[in-house]
Design a protein around this ligand. Structure first.
Ligand code: AMP
Ligand code: GLY
Length: 415
């Protein structure tokens, strides 16, 4: 029987831990740092995902059969390289392959070099030059900070003033750190998330899903880390699927091998179905959040076996139920801007509520502890039914400082 460590402490890791808990091969699960929801299934250890040395020390002391890494921050710091050096089986890409996520510029150059369809772009370090470009750009125009910014480093500017403010944040005030900016052509169409298990050049798709990135209903408000998701996707045809797999995901995996940066782990394509075909909006080098929370509950095969197969370069078995699953995120009022923490949460006991940002106080009360706090899941034979089931759970949750979107998946089921 296997002993597994999951690194991370959000909803994505809650979903991974839950899936691992169903494996007949796994009998001990640890999570670092984990969260109060994860604590139902795993021993939570108080080590942050960015405390790499402490984490490696812990792994050495405990001895794990498998370490699964959730957050991009740990991956960008090269935790997989270090675990592999220690001879530990670890699921995730090495630091150089993870550049596909951690550098927008690297991802763009790779896509152009290998003819992978994406928006036109230019990269700027100099504020004045960037301003000169947006002065003559059509609006909306897209500005992306060239680094990790927790899903908040992208601004779709509707006019010059918004673009100027964003460029100030990114290039003059270094809001996300010192870095470059990618200025990109604005594309239009429904977005979707295509996560695939990749072992170097072999690509094994997971079920597709759709995130809802804007804070408020009808895709209004600022971009967030994701306010809800659903799976599968009625608007994706068989041809779309084949195109996304054969013209985007497989060529990207092969390109990374060709560049000497073979990717192992979950390659996440953030794709858009435009009128000129499917194009890449972004790549991530990890499980999506909140997509994982809706996709993994549909997995009917053993996730531990699948992780081990990818690590060992074998074909994983991935089978899915044919249900719809919707996840509605409950976020702290004010998110993705400033928000307060520490509000009491009641009524969130269901196993179908995953924890994204919560903590227990000394008396065992559950409190809000992040921007995105909980995600309530609903399954059903239709999206409408899945949505009703998710909303039922949302309505059971009592907390005075949370808000949620009411239209997750609605475009697909409200005609
Ligand atoms: P990213 O972090 O690159 O996925 O960007 C966050 C969000 O910004 C995306 O999910 C899109 O909604 C929007 N976005 C990014 N790039 C573009 C683009 N070229 N055209 C239109 N919208 C975009
Ligand atoms: N849901 C978007 C992301 O995981 O980056």
């Amino acid at each position: 029987m296997a002993k597994v460590l999951v690194i991370g402490g959000g909803g994505r890791e809650h979903a991974i831990v839950c899936a691992l808990s169903k494996s007949s091969k796994v009998d001990e699960i640890y999570a670092a740092p984990g969260n109060p929801g994860i604590a139902k299934y795993a021993v939570c250890v108080n080590i942050k995902d960015t405390e790499i040395d402490k984490m490696l020390e812990f792994v050495k002391d405990e001895g794990f059969d498998l370490v699964v890494v959730g957050p991009e921050a740990s991956l960008a710091l090269g935790i997989i390289d270090k675990l592999e050096e220690m001879g530990v089986k670890a699921f995730g890409p090495k630091k150089d392959a993870h550049l596909i996520e951690s550098s927008k510029n690297f991802a763009k150059e790779l896509m152009f070099k290998y003819n992978i369809p994406t928006a036109r772009y230019e990269t700027y370090e100099d504020y004045d030059k960037a301003i000169d470009t947006v002065k003559i750009s059509p609006f909306p125009t897209v500005l992306k900070y060239d680094g990790l910014a927790a899903g908040k480093g992208v601004v779709v500017a509707e006019n010059f003033k918004e673009a100027e403010e964003a460029l100030k944040d990114m290039l003059l005030d270094d809001k996300y750190g010192k870095g470059k900016v990618v200025i990109e052509e604005y594309l239009e169409g429904p977005e979707f998330s295509f996560m695939c298990f990749v072992d170097g050049k072999n690509v094994y798709p997971l079920e597709m899903s759709q995130d809802h990135k804007r804070a408020y209903d009808n895709d209004k408000g600022p971009n967030t880390g994701g306010m809800g998701a659903y799976t599968p996707l009625p608007f994706i045809t068989k041809e779309d699927y084949e195109y996304a797999l054969n013209e985007i995901m497989i060529p990207t995996a092969k390109a990374l091998v060709n560049e000497g940066k073979p990717f192992k782990g979950v390659l996440y394509g953030g794709l858009m179905k435009t009128k000129d075909g499917i194009k890449v909006i972004e790549f991530n080098g990890r499980f999506g959040d909140p997509e994982t929370e809706v996709v993994l509950p549909r997995l009917t095969s053993d996730i531990y076996d699948a992780f081990m197969a990818i690590i060992d370069g074998k074909k994983p078995v991935l089978t899915w139920d044919d249900k719809y699953c919707i996840g509605i995120v409950l976020a702290s009022k004010g998110y993705p801007g400033d928000y307060k923490k520490g509000f009491l949460i009641e009524g969130a006991e269901s196993d179908d509520i995953y924890h994204m940002g919560t903590k227990f106080d000394d008396n065992g009360n559950l409190l809000t502890n992040g921007g995105r706090v909980l995600i309530a899941l609903g399954k059903g034979d239709s999206l409408d039914e899945a949505n009703k089931n998710a909303l039922k759970l949302v309505n059971e949750i009592k907390c005075e400082n949370l808000f949620h979107r009411t239209d997750i998946g609605a475009k697909a089921y409200r005609k």
